[in-house]
Design a protein around this ligand. Structure first.
Ligand code: AMP
Length: 394
């Protein structure tokens, strides 16, 4: 369990504070930001530092410029958006070297409470290799480092791990602190019963999550396409449903070891074609030849709800069906609305389940929606996240 210093544990007044944010926002072809959630998420830490008299130097990556300047992946539009949201100009330090002459001069001219945004850190090829040269350049700008980018916490890059080894103390921002608290408590000291819900397409991509969570949870609900490999392990036919034959033995082993801890669907919405408008019906048990399961059926929804009703902590990763198609979204939506009304800590662990919960308009009814898909998966796998591990202990 992480016990890291946070922004509130250190004196920031008059200090030059380098803040690693996650401004990896989607842009349309005209360079307009199409989803500002990540910018909004970064505001509490930035505002705290401004209000407490720090000189706030923001940095982030965006997309994959692969180590060279790419104007279409410049962070300039983010500076504009931030300025509007903060009601104060955020000066964009345009600089192909990220920490070149213009960035240095812009930082040198800062007053307490000012905010500067550096250019995309991945303009520098050293960034994703965590090479010391770029880490030193970034660190030379500041007296204090704050990491608030959970989305990249599972990577060791210059702008999170590299700078943390040079600037001391290196502390957590509010976003990272919240992720550590919710995901960490859920996995390491949950209020029980703890129920995990796993779904999505593949067993193979979630093996480590299944193994780690089985050690911790009271019940593990498995839905979505990954359930059919477990069906096969139970000796059921799966028709043309998603199936990973190489993992049937693994699924058998999990079922033997976990006993009734694993809860599987008991019925399935099937169709002959992967098409929202294809006729569908519900079957229990075997899935007939030529048919594929695209959602959990009504009895499974009722069974899963029964397991969830007493839960005090729920962690959810992966949809129960092909929720992108409205006719196969019912299982996912029903679970989302059940969680929204549950008197429990509900944590949505990144990726497609976040999209599903937001699509159902229930995002603000959950206790916590993780901001990092890959990072939250690695957290649930029980792996150490280098971007957090590198921060200074309390
Ligand atoms: P993942 O990235 O592994 O969490 O998988 C998410 C994807 O799984 C979504 O795009 C869903 O459409 C897909 N999915 C969920 N259930 C099924 C299913 N029964 N058959 C095919 N794809 C599914």
């Amino acid at each position: 369990m992480y016990n890291k210093l946070t922004v509130e544990d250190v004196e920031v007044k008059g200090k030059k504070v380098l803040v690693r944010c996650d401004f990896n926002v989607p842009l349309d072809s005209d360079g307009n930001i199409t989803d500002e959630n990540r910018i909004v998420g970064a505001l509490p830490t930035i505002k705290y530092l401004m209000d407490n008299g720090a000189k706030v130097i923001l940095c982030s990556h965006m997309g994959k410029p692969k180590g060279e300047p790419k104007p279409e992946l410049s962070l300039k539009p983010v500076a504009k958006s931030l300025s509007e949201k903060l009601g104060k100009e955020v000066v964009f330090a345009a600089d192909d070297n990220v920490v070149g002459d213009n960035a240095k001069a812009t930082v040198a001219a800062m007053n307490d409470g000012d905010v500067v945004l550096l250019e995309n850190t991945r303009y520098r090829k050293e960034e994703t290799k965590n090479e010391e040269s770029f880490s030193k350049e970034l660190a030379s700008l500041a007296d204090l480092f704050v990491n608030d980018a959970f989305g990249t916490a599972h990577r060791a890059h210059c702008s999170n791990v590299g700078v943390s080894s040079i600037i001391k103390p290196a502390v957590a921002g509010y976003l990272i602190e919240k992720e550590i608290n919710f995901l960490g408590n859920a996995v390491n000291s949950p209020v029980r019963p703890l129920v995990a819900i796993l779904g999505g397409s593949k067993v193979s991509s979630k093996i480590s999550v299944i193994e780690n969570l089985l050690k911790k949870v009271d019940k593990l609900i498995i839905g979505g396409g990954m359930a059919y490999t477990f069906f096969a392990a139970q000796g059921k036919t799966t028709g043309t449903s998603l199936l990973e034959p190489d993992f049937i033995d693994y699924a058998k082993k999990m079922l033997q070891e976990a006993g009734d801890k694993i809860v599987l669907p008991v019925d399935t919405v099937i169709t002959e074609k992967f098409d929202n408008d294809a006729p569908s019906k519900v079957v229990e048990g075997n899935i007939p030849d030529g048919c594929m399961g695209l959602d959990i059926g009504p009895k499974s929804i009722a069974l899963f709800k029964d397991v969830l009703k007493d839960a005090k902590t729920v962690v959810w990763n992966g949809p129960m069906g092909v929720f992108e198609m409205s006719n196969f979204a019912k299982g996912t939506n029903e679970i989302a609305s059940m969680l929204a009304d549950l008197d429990a800590t509900t944590i949505i662990g990144g990726g497609d389940s976040v999209a599903a919960v937001n699509q159902a308009g229930l995002g603000d009814k959950m206790s916590h929606i993780s901001t990092g898909g890959g990072a939250s998966m690695e957290f649930l796998e029980g792996k150490e996240l280098p971007g957090i591990a590198a921060l200074t202990d309390k």
